[in-house]
Design a protein around this ligand. Structure first.
Ligand code: GLP
Length: 230
C-alpha cells in the first residue's frame, strides 16, 4: 500500500518538480514517507523545489511537542529529504488568535496556486483532516472541536487521554476538494467499516470523506484488511 501510494506521489514530483503536495499525518502515511525518504536518499527523487501544505494541527501544541503534526512531519519526512523547510506549511497550533490563524492558513493555501496532489488518511468516523462528522461540510480552514471517538482513537499516541487536545485547526472540505488529485489511503481491519461506507454509502456531512465521490480524480489505496467488508 505504502509503495503504491509513494509511487503516485513520486510520479507527481517527477512530472512537476515544484509541485504543491497536500500532506497528512496519522499512522497510515508513515510507510509512504519512509518509502519516499528511501528513494530520495538513493537520488531517485528530488524535493528541492517541492512545496507542501499540511491538512491540520492540534490547537495548543507547539511545533516542538512530540505529538504535534509539525513535529510528526519534520521527523517522518521533512528532516529526512532535501526539502526546503521554508516551503513546508502546517497550521500554527500556538497561534494567539484562532480566527486570524484560520484566515492566515487559508491564504497560505490560496497563495500556492492550487494543490496538485492531496494525500488523505481517513478517521474511523469518516473524518478527513480533522473535518469531523457534522451537519454541514465546512468549506474553509476552521477550528474544530474533536469528537470523543477521535480523542479516543488518538489517545493511543499520548501518555493519557487527558493530554489529547480538544481542538484542532483543519483545512476545510472546500480546500481539500479543490486539489487537482486526491490520494486517500486506508490500512487495517479497524478501517474496514468506514471504507465500506465510503465506497457504498451516500454523500453526507455525517461522513465527511463521502464528499470525495464528487471529486473527479480520487485514488483510494487500501490494504486487504481495510477492504475486507467491501
Ligand atoms: C488523525 C488525522 C487524520 C488521519 C486520521 C487517521 O486524527 N487528523 O488526518 O487521517 O486521524 O489516522 P491513522 O492513519 O493513524 O488511522
Amino acid at each position: 500500500m505504502s509503495r503504491k501510494a509513494a509511487n503516485i506521489i513520486s510520479a507527481q514530483i517527477i512530472l512537476k518538480n515544484d509541485c504543491v503536495l497536500g500532506l497528512a499525518t496519522g499512522s497510515t502515511p508513515i510507510g509512504i514517507y519512509d518509502t519516499l525518504t528511501h528513494w530520495c536518499e538513493k537520488g531517485d527523487l528530488d524535493f528541492s523545489e517541492v512545496k507542501t501544505v499540511n491538512l491540520d494541527e492540534y490547537v495548543g501544541l507547539d511545533g516542538t511537542h512530540d505529538q504535534s503534526y509539525r513535529y510528526f512531519m519534520n521527523k517522518n519526512l521533512f528532516d529526512r529529504v532535501n526539502i526546503n523547510k521554508e516551503n513546508t506549511n502546517v497550521p500554527n497550533g500556538k497561534a494567539e488568535n484562532a480566527e486570524e490563524e484560520c484566515e492566515r492558513y487559508h491564504n497560505v493555501i490560496e497563495s500556492m496556486g492550487g494543490i496538485d496532489l492531496q494525500l488523505l488518511g481517513i478517521g474511523n468516523n469518516g473524518h478527513i483532516g480533522f473535518n469531523e462528522p457534522a451537519d454541514v461540510f465546512e468549506e474553509k480552514v476552521h477550528k474544530v472541536e474533536l469528537t470523543e471517538s477521535t480523542i479516543q482513537a488518538n489517545s493511543r499516541l499520548f501518555d493519557s487521554i487527558d493530554d489529547v487536545p480538544r481542538y484542532a485547526y483543519t483545512m476545510g472540505i472546500g480546500e481539500i476538494m479543490s486539489a487537482k488529485r486526491i490520494l486517500i489511503v486506508a490500512s487495517g481491519k479497524v478501517k474496514a467499516p468506514i471504507v465500506k461506507e465510503l465506497i457504498e454509502g451516500p454523500v453526507r456531512p455525517e461522513v465527511p470523506a463521502s464528499i470525495l465521490k464528487f471529486h473527479n480524480d480520487v485514488i483510494l489505496i487500501a490494504d486487504e484488511d481495510a477492504l475486507s467488508l467491501v
